[in-house]
Design a protein. Structure first.
Length: 292
């Protein structure tokens, strides 16, 4: 196997590869940005009294939209202002969607990252650095690296538990039923096949888990009047989704904020799919496949 060292290209000074070219490459295959399964909704989208948005992308499974601005060379103040302005216009025009600003540049400097980080959490913002490499005369590759991911503000699940602890009676009589809460018991039995120290912990918004008295919410349960929703903290993958689809489990939208699979279950779902559910619970808990 022969190794070929690629030549890095400065897109800012390149005469044939420009911003329009990169914009079209992304438009043809938005997945190269690493934002998940997204599709192109619009390109060069006109903004009232504010120019044109380079790209508008949308997640295929959720109501999330990404307002993407591209800049060759180093980021500058006008670029970040324009990115945030387009994001703000879109979220006000279409409030039914969840909006996130995305800034792409060849060089996102540490100084500029510090400025951007001041907004992050208050304004959903992702910064992506792009590098271009040439292999042969007509072969160019773009590599996109997320250097600043979106930060979600708000209390963590563990912080919420400090003041929002409830009891089983609350869930059986107000949020769910005795039957739906008993499904959390059934799922705990599956968990206890590989970790017997975990117990249920009843919080206001979900039933979590505790280990030696400390929260360990790799999975949380939300009993409803009919059935229960199980939320597993696992990175999204096609392999997991295929396994869930194969047994026809009722999967809800993937929660990208907390990185959780959300599955609606009833008694028969748990009984018929014990092996699959144990495997998913072990993966969420932190077992590697080699350890299973």
């Amino acid at each position: 196997m022969k190794h070929i060292k690629p030549v890095k290209i400065n897109l800012k000074t390149n005469t044939s590869l420009n911003e329009k070219w990169m914009q079209q490459v992304i438009a043809d295959d938005p997945s190269i940005l690493g934002l998940g399964e997204v599709i192109l909704k619009d390109k060069e989208r006109i903004q009232p009294r504010a120019g044109r948005l380079d790209l508008l992308l949308q997640d295929v499974d959720t109501n999330r939209r990404y307002e993407v601005e591209i800049q060759l060379g180093k980021t500058d103040e006008s670029h970040i202002i324009r990115t945030l302005e387009y994001w703000d216009i879109e979220r006000k025009r279409y409030p039914q969607y969840d909006h996130c600003a995305v800034i792409i540049a060849e060089d996102i400097t540490s100084r500029f990252l510090n400025v951007i980080s001041l907004f992050n959490g208050y304004i959903p913002l992702i910064a992506i650095q792009v590098s271009a490499y040439q292999f042969l005369d007509d072969q160019i590759s773009l590599v996109f690296t997320t250097v600043l991911d979106e930060v979600n503000l708000g209390m963590s699940e563990e912080d919420e538990e400090v003041k929002d602890v409830t009891d089983r009676n609350y869930w059986e009589n107000i949020r769910g039923t005795k039957q739906s809460v008993s499904l959390a018991d059934d799922l705990l039995k599956l968990i206890n096949t590989f970790e017997d120290k975990l117990t249920l912990k009843y919080n206001k918004y979900y039933i979590g888990l505790a280990e030696d008295g400390q929260p360990n919410n790799f999975v949380v349960f939300k009993p409803r009047k009919s059935g229960i929703i199980m939320e597993l903290r696992i990175e999204q993958s096609a392999e997991i989704q295929e396994s869930l689809d194969e047994v026809k489990l009722d999967t809800l939208d993937y929660d990208k904020k907390w990185k959780r699979y959300r599955i609606r279950l009833d008694k028969s779902d748990i009984t018929k799919n014990q092996d699959l559910l144990i495997g998913l619970l072990k993966r969420s808990y932190g077992f590697n496949e080699s350890e299973e």
